[in-house]
Structures are given as C-alpha cells and as structure tokens.
Design a protein around this ligand. Structure first.
Ligand code: SAH
Ligand code: TMP
Length: 409
C-alpha cells in the first residue's frame, strides 16, 4: 500500500518521482515465469521533517530475499578488498574488547566481510535471510543465522551470545522497511561502549550524479547523514563519525554509538553542513532532481535509438539490479540492447526483469564484442575498464549514463 507517512517518524511524505510499474531489481526470470512476473508502482517520496528519501511502496521482503537471491557479494574482487579493509579498520581501531570480542553483521551475504573475522578466530554472527548466499558464507567458516533482523532477534542473540562490541552492515540498512525495529534492536544488542558501523549508497552522490538507478525495489531508503542522525537520535544513539566511500558509485559509512559514549569526530559537523548547502533537507532539491532524471532518460533513449539506426550493435555489461530501473523506466528492451553479459551463474540463461533482455555468460562479450557496451556496473568502472582495455583497443566503446549520458572510448 502506498505510504503517506514516513517510516521513521510518521511525518508526511511528498511524492518526488514516479518511475511507473517496476519489476524486482534482481528478478531475473525464464519465459515460463512471464505470466506471473511481479510488478509494483515505484515512486519515491521525501519528508522535510525526517529528511528521509524513501519508496512509497515496497514489495514484501520475502519476495526479494529468499533461497535463490541472485546477488553474490564476492563477484567483485574490488569489493572483496574493500571489505577486508573495513574489517581491518574494526579490528585495529580499538573497538573490540580484548577478551572474547563479539561482532555481528547484518546482511553478511556470502561472508565477504565476516570471513576476515572468521580467519582471525574472532567471535561473530552474520544475519542473512537469503539462504543460498548464507550457505556460501558457512562454507567459508562464517557463522550465520538465516533470519530477518528485528528487536526480537536482537534479544535472542543477546541471550545466546551476549552483547556485541561491533554491529556492522553494508548495503543492507537501506533495504529494511522496518528500520525502526532494527535500530531499537541495535541499541539493545550493542554493549555500552560498542560501535555501529554501516555503509550504504549516499543520497548526496545520487543527487549530484543523477544516479537514479540506485532507486529500486530493495532500496527502500536513500540515506544522508542528516536523516541517519535524526533516526538514531530518536533511539538514544549518536552519530560519531562519517567516512565517505567510493563504493557503489558513492557511499557513506556511518559510525554511531550510544549517546555520550564516544567522542564525536570532526567530519560529522562538516558533512552535515555540506548536506545543508546541497539542500538535502529541502523539497526543492528533489524537484530539481526529478527534472535531471527526466533529462537523463531523454538523452539516453535518443543516444541508443540513434546508434541503432546507424546499425550499431549494443550490449549491456553486467546485469545489475540497478539496470532494472534504467531499462524499465526508459523502456529499453532487446530491440536496443541485444544481450547483457554477467559473470554470475544464477543470472545467466535468464532474462532481465521486465524488459526481458537475455542475460548471457561473460564469454559472449569476448567472442562477440558489441560496437557499444552499456556499462550498467558503472560503480565498478575502474575495475572493469582496467580489465577490458583490450575491448577499447579493438575499437569498442562504452556507454555510461552517470554523471551524464556519454560515450567513452
Ligand atoms: N553486505 C553485502 C550484501 C549486500 S546485499 C554487500 O555489501 O555486498 C543485501 C543483503 O542483505 C542480502 O544478502 C539480503 O539477503 C540481506 N538482507 C535483506 N534484508 C535483511 C534483514 N532484514 N536483515 C538481515 N539481512 C537482510
Ligand atoms: P552490483 O552493481 O550490485 O555490485 O552488481 C554487480 C553485478 O555485476 C553482478 O551481477 C556481477 C556483475 N559483474 C560482472 O558481470 N563483471 C564484473 O567485472 C563485475 C565487477 C561485476
């Protein structure tokens, strides 16, 4: 049902952008599933009080996270290194008790971060409702609990394992509509001197880069430091540090603690001030964002149709969940993009959600390189362009749509 009130504090929401009917971002499917393909009206809204951008309607979590979840974190070697560094920061910053520390991670997926704690024999628990990826984590020696996190689960963890020194999460807090219950759970699970560190795609980057493809079914929220501070303050916690990240096209790592438990670091004030300058607390900013999104769509469709008229062959590079929003919002189907290559076996041989473009193994890209490759995984551009330098050397060109629609190569 379409929400009129903010999930954080029940303040009124104003609609910002209507993306039309959208399928599940990770809903790769086979032709026999077409008649039952699920679509939902995807619109985002904003509350000037909570400063939280959010989907007005979201599919049930069980529709998105289950025993055949298509996203495996460890497909990116860059992200594997990123989470090794994240884990090292936690281990080396004096956040963990000397005796038997305990680390909890929400949405641990295939164990990409917790494997670093498992290797050092640090007590840990990953909360991961998607069973297939949780099983991958188990194979790496990561202890998991395959459930959705909530206050009740937090209490059960405290009962069975004690309170946590560190509560970690990456690219999952923004997925959880019942985030108020999660924050209450965190405040009960965390030791008095414990630390919360989580990161998610950052609203400031989405607005400045017009990266509207960060908006899809799973991302119920787009966070800013302003909205996170508001949310956690409502539950007795304090924002103590902010660490901008390059991952996922621009993310923010939020560091929080029980109120008064830790010193507030300098970046907090500076980044909050910068967000106010950018207008992340103002409705007008998002009205301008809508215009930028509409312009991006016009430019992209005109580029692709123009190339097609010239007889060029266009393929997609990486069947990301983000690409689902672009393809469906812009109405781009197999007539414009012949195939999308992807390294994830569970996606190969299927069709893209909604627009039904074939997803093929990566090798097809090498065998039949297109004239133009739409880089859907633009957030992994550095890693991909480095390994695909041969494609450009042979005359191939990249299409990117962020921060503006352009051809590279
Ligand atoms: N942390 C990983 C995975 C992000 S994908 C990374 O950054 O690469 C989001 C993950 O969170 C999925 O594996 C999904 O199954 C899980 N998830 C979704 N809702 C959750 C919830 N309520 N509690 C715990 N995990 C959840
Ligand atoms: P993400 O943008 O949500 O991280 O999804 C990444 C997707 O891109 C995932 O399906 C794997 C795919 N991928 C490739 O196919 N090749 C690559 O080189 C990289 C980095 C990702």
């Amino acid at each position: 049902m379409k929400r009129q009130l903010c999930r954080i504090d029940e303040s009124p929401l104003t609609e910002i952008i209507d993306f039309g009917m959208q399928p599940l971002g990770n809903g790769f499917l086979e032709p026999h599933n077409f008649p039952n393909e699920y679509f939902f009206p995807m619109e985002i809204g904003f509350s000037e009080k909570s400063m939280m951008v959010q989907l007005l309607e979201q599919p049930e979590p069980e529709k998105m996270f289950h025993d055949h979840y298509a996203f495996y974190s460890s497909t990116s070697s860059f992200m594997t290194r990123h989470f090794k560094d994240f884990a090292s920061q936690v281990m080396d910053s004096g956040y963990l008790a000397e005796k038997a520390p305990f680390v909890v991670e929400l949405g641990c997926n295939d164990g990409i971060m917790l494997q670093n704690f498992a290797e050092r024999n640090i007590r840990h628990l990953g909360i991961e409702p998607s069973l297939n990826v949780a099983q991958e984590a188990n194979k790496k020696g990561v202890a998991t609990c395959s459930e959705f996190f909530s206050e009740d689960l937090a209490d059960a963890i405290v009962r069975d394992h004690g309170q946590a020194d560190a509560f970690l999460a990456a690219n999952v807090m923004c997925h959880i509509p019942g985030i108020v219950s999660v924050v209450k759970g965190i405040s009960r699970l965390l030791k008095p001197g414990g630390i919360v560190m989580f990161e998610d795609p950052y609203l400031g980057d989405v607005v400045s880069k017009t990266s509207y493809d960060q908006i899809y079914d799973e991302h119920v929220f787009l966070f800013s430091a302003l909205s996170i501070r508001h949310l956690f303050e409502m539950h007795g916690m304090e924002l103590v540090d902010l660490q901008p990240q390059k991952t996922h096209g621009g993310s923010m790592r939020y560091v929080l603690a029980h109120r008064g438990a830790r010193e507030v670091k300098k970046p907090v004030e500076a980044i909050l001030a910068r967000e106010k300058e950018q207008g992340l607390d103002q409705l007008e900013t998002f009205q301008q964002f809508r215009k930028n999104v509409e312009r991006s769509r016009e430019q992209l469709v005109s580029l692709l149709t123009g190339l097609k008229r010239e007889g060029k062959k266009i393929a997609g590079y990486a069947a990301t969940s983000k690409s689902t929003t672009i393809l469906n919002y812009c109405g781009i189907g197999p007539d414009l993009i012949e195939y999308i290559c992807d390294t994830t076996p569970i996606k190969q041989g299927k069709l893209s959600p909604g627009m039904h473009i074939p997803v093929v193994p990566y090798e097809r890209f090498e065998k039949e390189p297109p004239d133009y490759a739409f880089l859907f995984a633009w957030n992994h551009a550095e890693e991909i362009m480095a390994k695909e330098s041969g494609y450009v050397a042979a005359g191939g060109k990249w299409i990117v749509h962020v921060p503006e629609v352009k051809v590279i190569g």
